[in-house]
Design a protein around this ligand. Structure first.
Ligand SMILES: [Zn+2]
Length: 413
């Protein structure tokens, strides 16, 4: 989910980040007939097809956390190959670093089906020469600037992982790889349908982050990396086939991970408390508002809700809460298991902590029955193939979250 930037930081970052226009990535020709035109298309051509081939298809899979082993099946164009071009623009794109496995299935005139061995490749942004540094589960890949810059970013990332682990009682669940671009324009060249304000995007199901942090930015990049890494961390810690973590928890932890609450967030939250004009916890479950002031308040209040839970109940209870969400419990059931109260209970207690009276009109508490989603959204895309995918599906497929660092301040996707 996107993140707002304070105006002063936006201005500084825009001057530094969003500048150089970048060209298209060169086509990368891989062995075994694969050509990658990042980020828009991948073309598969079957080398040395059998003489009597009558039909062929690519059976492929995008490696990521999912609820079932499901492969795509794409019939090939026999007049020019066999050949199949996967239009990633229609599919919403893949993050740099995504891993694809595939094999060819061929059918001869008699209907006998044969299969090639399974092969794999990584989708790279070939506009740049990437280097990498690694510590534990965290890898930083960068293409410009010194190794000391990369190690500084790696230090911010590992420090964030340590803090999140300590505060949530939960370890990082898998590898996290961060691709660092030098500007928002470079970053947007790697993403399909990126918004003007996109400054970073986390893909928790892939264990990948793409983010814009110029090599000369020093510590300015720290909160950006901490925010997106938190999304990846929580996305993996709460991954479930049945539901996803509420926005107030995901964004609250990510905003808290940045460091002390920004002054403008503090001011907005203070004013909203003084007016008693606040969001209920239930209202902060879904996507945040798009209006800048409301969105900023949503982030500030979410961070404060997480502050309340961590300061009063600690890491052990948070670990139980995250695990319950991972099991697919509803927010109310997960809160009950960890804390003994539901969303209304949290809202009432948080209000009391802030010196406010009990909510005037408490919303009736719904049942705590988990809501099962029979087919995970991403699987729809894989099952139906990219031609049938919508941007909404793909957003769910990538499980991605974006942050805003350029102009516009209040934009969200
Ligand atoms: Zn965020």
């Amino acid at each position: 989910m996107p993140r707002l930037r304070p105006a002063v930081v936006l201005a500084a970052l825009c001057l530094t980040f969003a500048c150089a226009a970048t060209g298209r990535a060169p086509t990368v020709v891989l062995p075994d007939g694969v050509m990658v035109d990042f980020p828009t298309a991948i073309t598969f051509t079957l080398p040395d097809p059998p003489q009597d081939v009558a039909g062929a298809a690519v059976v492929y899979k995008v490696e990521h956390h999912s609820c079932a082993e499901v492969s795509g099946y794409a019939p090939a164009d026999m007049a020019n190959g066999p050949r199949w071009t996967w239009d990633l623009s229609d599919a919403g794109g893949l993050p740099p670093g995504a891993r694809i496995t595939y094999r060819w299935e061929t059918r001869d005139a008699a209907g006998v089906v044969s299969s090639t061995p399974e092969r794999a490749f990584t989708v790279e942004d070939a506009r740049y020469q990437w280097r990498e540094v690694r510590e534990g589960l965290v890898t930083v890949r960068w293409h410009s600037g010194s190794e000391s810059f990369a190690r500084q970013m790696l230090g911010y990332a590992t420090e964030s992982v340590d803090t999140l682990t300590r505060e949530t009682g939960t370890p990082l669940q898998g590898p996290a790889t961060i691709h660092i671009y030098q500007s928002t324009s470079q970053l947007r060249g790697a993403l399909i349908n990126a918004q003007e304000w996109t400054g970073g995007q986390a893909f928790p199901q892939f264990g990948l982050i793409a983010i814009a942090v110029p090599s000369g930015s020093g510590s300015l990049g720290k909160p950006y990396i901490a925010h997106e890494l938190s999304h990846l961390f929580i996305g993996q810690a709460t991954f479930s086939c049945y539901t996803r973590a509420p926005s107030w928890l995901d964004e609250g932890l990510a905003t808290r991970a940045e460091g002390p609450l920004r002054p403008e967030f503090q001011s907005l939250l203070g004013s909203a408390i003084a007016r008693d004009d606040l969001f209920t916890v239930r209202a902060l479950r879904a996507a945040f508002p798009t209006a800048p002031a409301e969105a900023s308040l949503a982030y500030a209040q979410s961070a404060s809700l997480v502050d309340y839970l961590l300061e009063h109940f600690g890491a052990d209870r948070m670990a139980i809460f995250l695990e319950a969400l991972r099991e697919g419990l509803t927010d109310d059931a997960a809160l009950h298991r960890a804390y003994g109260f539901d969303q209304e209970g949290l809202y009432a207690r948080w209000r009391a902590w802030k010196g406010l009276a009990a909510p005037a009109q408490p919303v009736p508490t719904p049942t705590s029955t988990p809501v099962r989603i029979p087919t995970p959204p991403g699987l729809n895309m894989i099952l139906s193939g990219p031609a049938g995918a919508t941007s909404q599906r793909v957003s769910a497929f990538t499980g991605s979250t974006a942050i805003a660092i350029a102009t516009g301040g209040g934009a969200h996707d």
